[in-house]
Write a protein that binds this ligand. Structure first.
Ligand code: HEM
Length: 524
């Protein structure tokens, strides 16, 4: 689920744009001499409209911090320390669980309690289940042909049905598990070949594993080496994910397009789209040309070709690649980080895994169902580190009330999954500590019944891939912990491991997780 021209992504993207430019250029190049006068001129009508709108409103709007003319609360978020997730969580402690901010000319409602999350994702789901629209989202989803960016409606419903039946249905899940087992065994063999005390960047290793598995199941082969215009599929997916949020016109609809043009974002978007379209067209052409042999196993594209248009297939493939890869990899990396930081938990989990597996070379799926502590560890990881800190952006389509406040059509909605998972009102026992045992007596359902932790969102737009995600994370962690013991590199203490997170579109570790594996000899 990467995605999505959505509110948090847009903020991250602007921050990223400024940071990226400023690392390569001086201030003059970053903001050329025409930039400030032109921007002020463009802002002027907005100041006027803003003043009129504020005076004429009789609704009881949610509270929020003071805004500056034109940019609204943008400065608070862009200048805040510790990432947007922490800045908004701290602000919500002052202004309450329904907090109204304004980014540019657009109103954003920030929801920070499980009760109000339930109002948004359940009670008023129908009025809140469309996605905000933007130029990059439209272009990179092949004109909203996908599930994730698509406005709520018949097309979204049809595409979601195809995704659920063809990618997440029993037939494909069986294939996914088989491919995962083969690739996992290859990964264990390759890590085992490393000489003693070699440090491994775990996110790189896990992402390569997932790319191979997901691409084989979706596209028929790994496509790891294949390039289009000199660009790999991974580079294209990463760029697409960044570009879907990069838009000034999203928060300044009247004149932002000029800034998009002048800052080069439009050109970058076109290049990104052409690479993406070209790569996926190459994949479709290869599928059209393939000679089917008797042992050919249909991949996801094969099964879609007879029923969807090329653009629909490309858009769905992107949802799968953006949805299934980074989110699962980030979850696994956070889980491994917490385990290394908490050696007692790691030891307890390894004991469980090694007892359940017995004496054989790797873990298989039937072993996982017996591992109750593993399930608690994965839940605790998703509570503290939901990869999508604000879920995906939503937009209110008709007037409703949340927490007793009026929410007007057009308001963008951000639900702080990160803050809700750490809320001391809900998680009474050491809310920011990693304590998987807390789940011994708590039932948590990821399908949208509970709102105390919402890593997969809820309601109609909830993540359809939650079962596949849990299956992947549990299986990979069980194998990594069964086959190896993991230590921090020499000279670093476990408790010194940096646990800060930041970033867009997902909240990943600020520093890479580099660990030293030692092979566990199951035959001893
Ligand atoms: C740990 C892994 C994952 C996490 C944390 C995650 C999280 C999320 C979240 C928070 C949303 C937005 C929900 C909302 O707006 O209420 C979402 C949507 C989505 N996810 Fe996932 N996801 C994961 C794995 C997957 C996988 C494996 C797929 C497989 C295809 C997937 C496909 C999607 C799609 C297509 C949507 C858009 C749904 C819609 O708009 O109707 N995700 N995901």
């Amino acid at each position: 689920m990467k995605y999505f021209s959505d509110p948090p992504k847009c903020l991250f993207a602007i921050k990223y744009y400024i940071k990226e430019k400023s690392t390569h250029m001086d201030t003059q190049t970053l903001f050329p001499s025409w930039f400030i006068p032109v921007t002020l001129l463009l802002f002027f009508p907005s100041i006027f409209m803003y003043a009129i709108r504020r005076r004429s409103s009789s609704n009881k709007l949610p509270p929020g911090p003071k805004r500056l003319p034109v940019i609204g609360n943008l400065h608070q978020v862009l200048l805040g320390k510790g990432g947007v997730h922490q800045t908004l969580w701290k602000l919500s402690q002052t202004y309450g669980p329904a907090m109204l901010l304004q980014f540019g000319s657009q109103p954003f409602l920030v929801i920070s309690s499980s009760e109000l999350a339930a109002e948004v994702l359940k009670t008023h789901d129908q009025k809140m289940c469309t996605r905000p629209q933007s130029k990059p989202a439209k272009r990179l989803s092949f004109n909203y042909m996908d599930v994730a960016f698509s406005p709520h409606g018949d097309h979204w419903r049809d595409m979601r049905k195809v995704l659920v039946s063809e990618f997440l249905g029993p037939k494909r899940i069986r294939l996914y598990k088989n491919v995962m087992q083969i690739e996992m065994e290859a990964l264990i063999a390759s890590i085992s070949l490393h000489s003693l005390n070699t440090t491994i960047n775990l996110e790189d290793v896990i992402l390569s594993l997932l790319y191979d598995v997901v691409c084989k199941v979706t596209l028929g082969k790994s496509y790891r080496e294949k390039k289009f215009n000199g660009t790999t599929l991974k580079e294209i997916v990463d760029e697409t994910s960044v570009m879907t949020g990069a838009s000034f016109s999203f928060i300044f609809p009247t004149f932002g397009w000029i800034l998009d043009e002048l800052t080069g974002l439009d050109r970058k978007l076109e290049k990104c789209f052409n690479d993406l379209d070209g790569y996926l067209q190459m994949v479709l052409d290869e599928h059209a040309d393939q000679n089917e042999t008797s042992d050919h196993v249909n991949d996801f594209v094969d099964d879609c070709i007879s029923r969807l248009t090329s653009d629909e297939i490309k858009a769905l493939v992107m949802n799968v690649l953006e949805g299934a890869l980074d989110t699962s990899a980030i979850t696994m990396v956070w889980a491994m980080s917490e385990l290394v930081k908490n050696p007692g938990v790691m030891q307890k989990l390894q004991n469980e895994i090694r007892i359940c597996v017995g004496r054989k070379s790797s873990v298989d799926e039937s072993d996982i169902s017996k591992m109750t502590y593993l399930k608690m560890v994965v839940k605790e990881t998703l509570r503290l580190h939901p990869p999508a800190a604000f879920l995906m952006g939503r937009e209110c389509v008709s007037h409703c009330q949340i927490g007793g406040y009026d929410v007007l059509p057009g308001t963008k909605i951000m639900v702080t999954a990160w803050g809700i998972g750490r809320d001391p009102r809900i998680w009474k026992e050491s809310p920011t500590e990693f304590l998987p045992e807390r789940f011994e007596n708590i039932e948590v359902d990821f399908g949208g019944k509970n709102f105390e932790m919402i890593p997969f969102g809820g309601g109609r737009r909830a993540c359809p891939g939650n079962n596949m995600a849990i299956l992947t994370v549990e299986y990979a962690i069980a194998n990594l912990l069964y086959s190896f013991n993991w230590e921090t590199p020499s000279g670093m203490k476990n408790e010194d491991l940096d646990m800060n997170g930041n970033g867009f579109p997902f909240l990943r570790r600020t520093t890479p997780l580099c660990l030293v594996p030692t092979k566990y000899n199951w035959e001893d």
